[in-house]
Design a protein around this ligand. Sequence first.
Ligand code: ATP
Ligand code: MG
Length: 294
Amino acid sequence: MTATAIESAAAVEGAASPLLQVDSLGVRFGRHEVLRDISLELTAGDTLVVLGESGCGKTVLLKSMIGLVRPSAGDVRFEGRSLPRMSDRQLAHLRTRYGFVFQGAALFDSLTIAENIAFPLREHTRIPAAEIRRITESLVDEVGLPRTVLAKKPVEISGGMRKRAGLARALALDPNLVLYDEPTTGLDPIMSDVINELILRVRQRPNVTSVVVTHDMHTARKVADRVIMLYPLFRLRPGDPQVVFDGTPAELDRSTDPRIRQFVEGRAGGRLMELREEQALAEARGAAGEEETA
Ligand SMILES: Nc1ncnc2c1ncn2[C@@H]1O[C@H](COP(=O)(O)OP(=O)(O)OP(=O)(O)O)[C@@H](O)[C@H]1O
Ligand SMILES: [Mg+2]
């Protein structure tokens, strides 16, 4: 084989092998089972949107994808390597490959925006200070913030600006995987759309794969190549899979499954009363669990 043939064979293989594989994943906290038998693959370059009602396990799934939550069953593989089996060194390296935009931005309050954005660069690289300053400036430009925010503390800027600063920090190490947890929650419709546009712009960076957890159907339709919808385990009928939908945004709109229609159309229906009952039940269960463990 010629060098080019080998390279193109490798490229084909690279294109076919998924960036991330979630294989029969289960997660439980004590007796509280949150995720059961979740399997999915993320192809490099794709944008996956994870939908589902509050408490169904979206954040837990996102964190499991990068080793921040340990599986109780099954496996998660990043570029073929099993996260639960990674050494501390391998996990530290993995942290340089992804950017996490946390639910609620999660900036360090005592640091300026510039220090927040530069944090991963200082932590994981030996890039000189002047170069870090240059990268930080280009990141605030990229997320559409004025450079005057660099000297400010997080409390001094608006919620939408904080979300964008959180995104700039997540992009600092030029990650291959960008994870967004509720990036538009709490923002007005215009600012939400600014964030959606930024997600679209980030996915145009070379070699970026994105996972977006959201309640926001507008975000889902705008940014997703593929959508999955999770359902809370305790509301499933026995034997039903927890991923109640897996397809394109157009297929989601055409779905006739009442669980999906209720979510897509934003109907509360009888959910308010159900939620009260479920919460009472969960609290009773929690109290019983505490007594047992006490
Ligand atoms: N570290 C933890 N210890 C114990 N229980 C946890 C932990 N993390 C999450 N849970 C529980 O797992 C369930 C799912 O939580 P998760 O945060 O994934 O929900 P979510 O779908 O992201 O909800 P929301 O849309 O409100 O953010 C919840 O019942 C939560 O209390
Ligand atoms: Mg969440």
